[in-house]
Design a protein around this ligand. Structure first.
Ligand code: AMP
Length: 433
């Protein structure tokens, strides 16, 4: 491993600043290195206040190392979003954090940027662990991490999740790992087997923290922290929803956490929500009408069970529309392929179980359809948050049967939002840009 700590005068920066190798200031917005950054084309789509209502900070204000700034700008991030403004300085100061912000408003950058700034490249073992509840989210987070860190020489990111070969993961640990992204069960397994050493892991981030603290995961997560992490670690929790269960965890494990709550309202401003009242037997017909009338860029269609996902995908294909499906009972290799292909735009529609409700970020999705109405308002919130990413506009349409009517009312009440009956023609400006 190359153990050199990357900083403003490191090799990557020097390569990018051939005429200015003495310029050690990270805060010079017009510095030569900035001109070398290959930023993607500017996104000119309209953005809502969910991401534009900032204090006016710049990324340079945080005195980040130049290689990291280069990665940030190459992602197309020009200025920090509100959650990034709130979390980055606090995380850099090593405080424990409990942060609540809406879906798709830049949470991943909010925890990855300060984490990458502080990763210890002199150690061969992980100095940061990011736990997430699903394998797909682990892959996505690791990808964003690698992109942000692409100019930080020698920094190694590893992703480890259930459903993949344990042997491969064990072999991988013979190489250095600085940032580990994973699902709790597999990380615990590797740590218990003493393959993965977390003694130097001073930063733990839990993304979609409330899900990680649901009965399904919480025992493993708490054991992992208690048994394997050093006592002087920083713990940061991020999510859009924080039910009461999180409080017990906070009191047990966090030290004077800095609490951030950017949720003055729950639903995203860019998303217009409608419902269509239908009989169960007419749902497919209704979906067909929606497909023919709406201008769908990409859509995710949610069902409440694995069986219904597969059946609906079959019906949609029979109707002549392109469609993939994904659910938790599929082999992991197939899940990965579908996730990758849908993300790269190979198919317009994806039928999904709630596997996909959390964190998945596909900017091209402008329509979410609840073929089956979800049972809880939290699930509703996370599902509809798959459209309207980073303040863009999107549409969420729920098919409502007679049995769902009270549930619809409850979700509206609990989220303080309005879900209106769908008009005969949905204005394109609401979800197409
Ligand atoms: P997240 O909430 O982390 O899943 O991010 C949602 C989307 O916003 C992703 O596609 C990010 O690439 C994008 N994003 C995050 N932070 C910024 C930023 N500061 N400027 C522009 N886009 C961003």
């Amino acid at each position: 491993m190359n153990g050199s700590k990357a900083n403003g005068s490191g090799a990557a920066a020097a390569a990018a600043t051939p005429n200015n190798s003495n310029d050690a200031t990270n805060s010079h917005p017009q510095g030569h290195w900035r001109n070398q950054v290959k930023a993607p084309p500017k996104d000119t789509r309209h953005r809502t206040e969910d991401v534009t209502a900032t204090k006016g900070n710049e990324f340079e204000d945080y005195y980040l190392k130049r290689e990291l700034l280069m990665g940030i700008f190459e992602m197309g991030f020009e200025k920090p979003s509100p959650i990034q403004e709130a979390a980055i300085p606090v995380a850099l100061a090593n405080r424990d954090i409990l942060a609540r912000a809406k879906n798709g408003t830049g949470k991943t950058g909010a925890f990855l940027i300060p984490l990458l700034e502080r990763v210890d490249l002199k150690q061969n073992t992980a100095s940061a662990l990011i736990l997430v509840p699903t394998r797909e989210l682990a892959l996505q987070t690791a990808q964003v991490c690698k992109k942000l860190a692409r100019h930080i020489r020698g920094l190694e990111v590893m992703v480890t999740t259930g459903g993949t070969s344990l042997k491969d993961d064990i072999m991988r640990f013979y190489q250095p790992v600085h940032v580990l992204v994973g699902t709790p069960g597999r990380v615990m397994d590797l740590a218990d087997k003493k393959v993965c050493n977390l003694q130097n892991c001073k930063m733990l981030v839990m993304d979609e923290a409330d899900k990680l603290l649901s009965p399904e995961f919480t025992v493993v997560v708490e054991k992992l922290i208690g048994r394997h992490l050093p006592s002087d670690r920083q713990i940061s929790l991020f999510s859009a929803t924080f039910p009461v269960a999180v409080r017990g965890f906070r009191d047990r494990w966090l030290k004077k956490p800095y609490e951030i709550n950017l949720m003055d309202e729950l639903t995203l401003r860019g998303i217009t929500q409608f419902y269509a009242f239908v009989e169960e037997s007419k749902k497919v017909h209704c979906l067909n009408t929606l497909f023919s009338k709406l201008q769908i860029n990409q859509s995710i269609i949610f069902c409440n069970s694995v069986n219904r996902v597969e059946l609906l995908a079959q019906k949609i294909t029979q109707l002549g529309y392109s469609c993939f499906y994904i659910h938790a009972k599929m082999p992991q290799a197939q899940r990965n392929r579908v996730f990758h292909d849908f993300r790269s735009g190979a198919c317009r529609n994806l039928v999904s179980s709630d596997l996909f409700t959390r964190g998945i970020d596909i900017q091209a999705v402008n329509v979410v359809i609840n073929f089956d109405f979800p049972k809880s308002s939290e699930t509703y919130l996370h599902r509809v948050g798959r459209s309207g990413r980073f303040g863009h506009r999107g549409l969420a349409i729920s098919l409502i049967t007679y049995e769902d009517r009270f549930n619809l009312y409850r979700v509206e009440q609990e989220l303080g939002t309005e879900i209106a009956p769908i008009p005969p023609n949905v204005e394109k400006s609401l979800y197409c840009e």
